[in-house]
Ligand binder design. Structure first.
Ligand code: ASP
Length: 340
């Protein structure tokens, strides 16, 4: 990239943080932070464990399972299929000891996050994919669900087939939805309309864990794997420093090892919000023009219970719950739907 453009971008006047960047003096725990507005319900589910001195690992798994049970465009078996009309799911989980497990492109299994946990706990591996992941799940007591599309997914797929255009873009939240910062994350009836569910949490004991679950990009190529099941891309937990997760165009997150980068920025002393911002800038600075056309959002939580988020585009929101607060917070961003 030309140096001049880089300097311009580095000095972009990004609005002041709406995501809190104050530093807690004593650790706030337990605490949970999740992607998107549907993270609010996810957090409430996880809180049944986290709020009762439970382990963060159990809490994030339970939150992810709740999400996988919902009818949603982007998580679980009811989600949008790939371009061959097949739903395939990606998930990962990581605990305070850097134990981690993941599954990718798994089909007909309702709770990929729990399969990911079994990969972590029962195998010497980190990531199992496709048919092998399904076989592993079946051997470990998971049921084989029917290969059918949910009604909304069927409709969306039929609509997509009319043009069959593959645009693995953008994931810019519905900019026409209007009605304030949270509108893009909800459908008219109030159901969430987004997206990869990424969750990071710290238990009352100060230990951190995270989980991610998704169907990836709708109408992706069959077999495509995004950032969500890649440790260090869609999820990273370092119990000494903090944890981070992501949503948006996974290919861009993978290219910079996004969540690992965020955690490393926190290790250098940046606040969670600033660490997310620096990771977003790493992505955008490579090609600012191209970045106008896609979304990536990061969220992060540190050992003191400070949290933050930042996104390429307007529209990314995070959900936070602790004993002190329960909130949905819009992340700050570089582009307002493609406009600087
Ligand atoms: N990050 C996910 C993926 O690329 C998709 C999303 O978050 O919307 O698979």
């Amino acid at each position: 990239m030309k140096r001049r453009r880089f300097i311009q971008l580095s000095s972009l006047s990004v609005p002041a943080f709406t995501v809190k960047s104050v530093r807690n003096k004593t650790p706030v725990k337990p605490i949970i932070v999740s992607t998107w507005a549907d993270g609010k319900r996810v957090n409430q589910e996880a809180w049944k464990i986290l709020g009762n001195n439970g382990r963060a690992l159990d809490a994030v798994e339970s939150g992810a399972r709740w999400m996988e049970d919902q009818q949603n465009c982007c998580v679980g078996l009811g989600a949008n299929p790939d371009r061959d009309g097949i739903v395939s799911l990606d998930s990962s989980i990581m605990d305070e000891h850097a134990n981690c497990g993941a599954v990718a492109a798994i089909q007909r299994i309702k709770h990929p996050v729990s399969v990911a946990r079994k990969v972590m706990e029962l195998t010497p591996h980190v990531l199992i994919v496709g048919k092998g992941a399904q076989e592993f799940a079946l051997k470990n007591g998971f049921a084989l669900e029917p290969q059918t599309l949910s009604e909304p997914a069927k409709k969306a797929y039929e609509e997509w087939l009319k043009k069959s255009q593959y645009k693995p873009e953008i994931n810019i939240e519905n900019k026409d939805a209007g009605n304030g910062p949270f509108a893009p994350a909800y459908l008219d009836d109030g159901t969430p309309n987004h997206d990869t569910m990424g969750i990071v949490a710290m238990g009352a004991d100060g230990n951190m864990s995270g989980a991610v679950t998704t169907s990836g990009m709708g109408f992706k190529m069959h077999g495509r794997v995004g950032d969500s099941p890649i440790i260090g891309a869609g999820l990273f937990v370092d119990n000494e420093v903090g944890a981070a997760t992501s949503s948006g165009l996974g290919e861009e997150v993978i290219r910079v090892c996004g969540t690992h980068l965020v955690v490393e920025f926190m290790r250098m002393g940046y606040s969670p919000g600033m660490a997310c911002r620096k990771a977003v800038e790493r992505i955008v600075n490579r090609d600012p023009e191209r970045a106008k056309g896609f979304q990536v959002g990061f969220l992060a939580l540190d050992k003191m219970g400070n949290y933050g988020a930042f996104a390429v585009q307007k529209g990314f929101v995070i959900s936070v719950k602790s004993n002190n607060e329960e909130k949905i917070i819009p992340a700050d961003y570089i582009y307002d739907y493609g406009v600087t």
